[in-house]
Design a protein around this ligand. Structure first.
Ligand code: SF4
Ligand code: FES
Length: 215
């Protein structure tokens, strides 16, 4: 990623960073009321025009992790949601939140929010880059299985993109269907990222049949 794709907007107590490689223009930032983000203004983001609490609130709405905030004092650093959750969006990516440990090439390691490719077409795997739109990827985001009861909701959630195969997730996880319904809970799951499973969002081995390559 070139440095031009990352911008840091400085404030007295807190900076906001935008990572263009991760942004898929969902628009939560632009829709937020207030002066933090104003389209067409230079700078687009002005952390000192709102309270630090508002910076935190608006930045944490960004479902991709493209926006992050950085307080000058380490004690106010972002903390993960108390629940690790993954929402299967309609015709789009997995939106994951929580105490994420993203492994594999191209992944940042620790993260709190991410949009992960499930159509198989992203040029920025494991992240979504909106290629599902061009590819005409269709899946309603319904979830048919229920999993196992959870003893807890948080803690580290390890996410490993297996070579030419699914995303392997290990840790407490709640999966929501695109409707918002809590559909599945469990601590170990393989989720389709080739776009071909007949049991989405779960991997059913179809990646081998279609010769899925994650390159
Ligand atoms: S909320 Fe995040 S992903 Fe959405 S447009 Fe803003 S920065 Fe991009
Ligand atoms: S990754 Fe899609 S079926 Fe396995």
């Amino acid at each position: 990623m070139s440095e031009k794709e990352r911008f840091r907007y400085g404030g007295n107590r807190v900076d906001v960073e935008w990572d263009g490689r991760l942004c898929i223009h969902v628009g939560e930032c632009g829709r937020a009321k207030g002066e933090l983000f104003v389209g067409g203004r230079k700078p687009w983001c002005a952390p000192d025009l709102v309270s630090p609490a508002e910076v935190v609130d608006v930045v944490q709405r960004c479902p991709t992790g493209a926006l992050t905030y950085h307080f000058k004092d380490a004690e106010s650093a972002e903390k993960p949601d108390e629940e690790n959750s993954l929402t299967v969006s309609s015709n789009g990516p997995y939106f994951v939140r929580g105490d994420l440990k993203l492994e594999g090439a191209n992944a940042p390691g620790l993260a709190f929010r991410a949009a992960l490719c499930r159509c198989g077409r992203s040029k920025n795997k494991p992240f979504c880059d909106n290629s599902h739109e061009e590819a005409g990827f269709k899946d309603s985001g319904a979830v048919g299985e229920t999993g196992e009861p959870l003893a807890g909701t948080g803690g580290p959630l390890r996410i490993v993109p297996l070579k030419n195969g699914p995303l392997a997730l290990t840790g407490n996880l709640t999966i929501r269907a695109s409707s918002g319904r809590v559909a599945w809970t469990g601590t170990r799951v393989a989720l389709c990222r080739c776009g071909a499973s007949n049991n989405k969002p779960f991997c059913d081995g179809s990646h081998a049949k279609i010769g899925f390559s994650d390159q």
